[in-house]
Design a protein around this ligand. Structure first.
Ligand SMILES: [Zn+2]
Length: 388
């Protein structure tokens, strides 16, 4: 399920908002749990025959509000990043919350600290607000304000949802503040180490250790509970495993991005790149790709000027029966900012454009001229030679 691509919901403040398909399953489980277990218990209603539509509606509302809370948390990270001049690529919401993917490393400990801390801060604010609503309603109820008015049922409903949101947002804030990288708390820790040691690389290393240390601690807690026969400990083990991997991935990702900043696209590109005439038929192109020509290739016009790029993916969009009559010019991707990068740009920028636009390779340009092609392969090979 984790392998499926996230769905793009749209844009919020200009930032692409994506949702992992696994979220839908969690949403349904959550609605079920709230409508049939949690809310009936809190409202003190006895099991009824038939479908409890009111409770289901309440559960859907509570789940959507929780979703909005997670979104607010990630949006806080994203907007703070943007305010501090760090580009934001996307926000993805998935099974355990969300990720605001930023395009670059923060340039200073202060920036990293601010980006990390606002998420949990917003969760705290929401928890306090929801908690206040719950307390007011409880107090009004105790004072008999709702007595014999048509309001009590609605007030009761609002109060259980408010209580639920206060609990979950508090949990969200506290969990994210655990000092293990790449959780928010781990990022705060990394920023502090960075400020003290003045060395972002060593701070990243210590951050990674903090993540792994926390993962081991969680695993220990999980095993402890399982040995006592409390199998909920399995959740702690699962989380420990996620955190262990995330800490390593984040560490290596950071080192890789650091390395890709120090080299230009021009130094790593494939040059000379494969070139084909835009007048070639797709059948001939397919033959060349399967014998000697490396995909993707630059498509050039009669004057030899590159006008587009064509790879296996564009070829496969056309039915084989039409390959004879279709020209490269009809199938190619015309060169645009979506599939090009300047040769003088840092290689990191190529990686960012590829990630953002979901491309495997880009045309490398200088002024109006296309010089070559750079793909994930070139970046990976370079990182390999550097031991990353
Ligand atoms: Zn966060």
């Amino acid at each position: 399920m984790f392998l499926t691509r996230p769905w793009t919901l749209g844009k919020i403040f200009g930032i692409p908002l994506r949702i992992d398909p696994s979220w839908l399953l969690i949403f349904l489980l959550l609605v079920y749990q709230l409508a049939f277990i949690v809310f009936p218990y809190e409202l003190g209603v006895r099991p009824r025959r038939g479908i409890p539509f009111d409770l289901i509606a309440l559960a859907v509302a509570a789940s959507l509000l929780l979703f909005a809370s997670v979104l607010a948390h990630e949006l806080a990270h994203a907007l703070m990043a943007r305010t501090r001049g760090v580009s934001v690529l996307s926000i993805t919401l998935f099974i355990f919350g969300g990720i605001a993917q930023i395009g670059d490393e923060p340039d200073s400990p202060a920036t990293e600290f601010l980006i990390a801390i606002v998420g949990p801060l917003i969760s705290f604010v929401i928890a306090i607000f929801a908690g206040a609503v719950w307390i007011w309603l409880q107090a009004f109820d105790a004072l008999g304000v709702f007595y014999q008015t048509p309001l009590p049922r609605l007030a009761l409903y609002v109060s259980v949802v408010a209580f639920y949101l206060a609990q979950t947002n508090l949990l969200l804030a506290v969990f994210n503040l655990l000092p293990g990288f790449p959780l928010d708390g781990g990022r705060v820790l990394r920023a502090l180490v960075w400020a003290v040691l003045k060395d972002p690389k060593r701070a990243t290393y210590w951050g990674m250790l903090s993540g792994r240390g926390l993962a081991l601690l969680m695993a220990g807690v999980g095993v402890f509970f399982i040995l006592r026969g409390e199998y909920d400990g399995g959740w702690a083990l699962l989380m420990a495993w996620f955190l262990w991997r995330a800490a390593g991935d984040a560490y290596h990702g950071m080192l890789a991005r650091e390395l890709l900043k120090q080299v230009t696209v021009g130094e790593l590109m494939r040059s000379p790149a494969s070139r084909v005439s835009e007048a070639l038929s797709l059948r001939e192109l397919a033959e060349q790709f399967s014998s000697w020509l490396r995909a993707p290739a630059l498509a050039v016009d009669l004057q030899g000027v590159a006008v587009g790029m064509i790879g296996i993916a564009q070829l496969e969009k056309f039915n084989r029966a039409h390959w004879e009559t279709t020209r490269v010019r009809q199938a190619m991707l015309p060169l645009s900012p979506d599939n090009t990068v300047r040769s003088t740009a840092p290689a990191l920028q190529a990686l960012q454009v590829m990630t953002e636009r979901e491309r495997e390779a880009l045309a490398v340009v200088q002024g109006e001229q296309a010089l070559g092609i750079i793909g994930r392969e070139e970046l990976a090979r370079y990182l390999q030679t550097k031991g990353e």
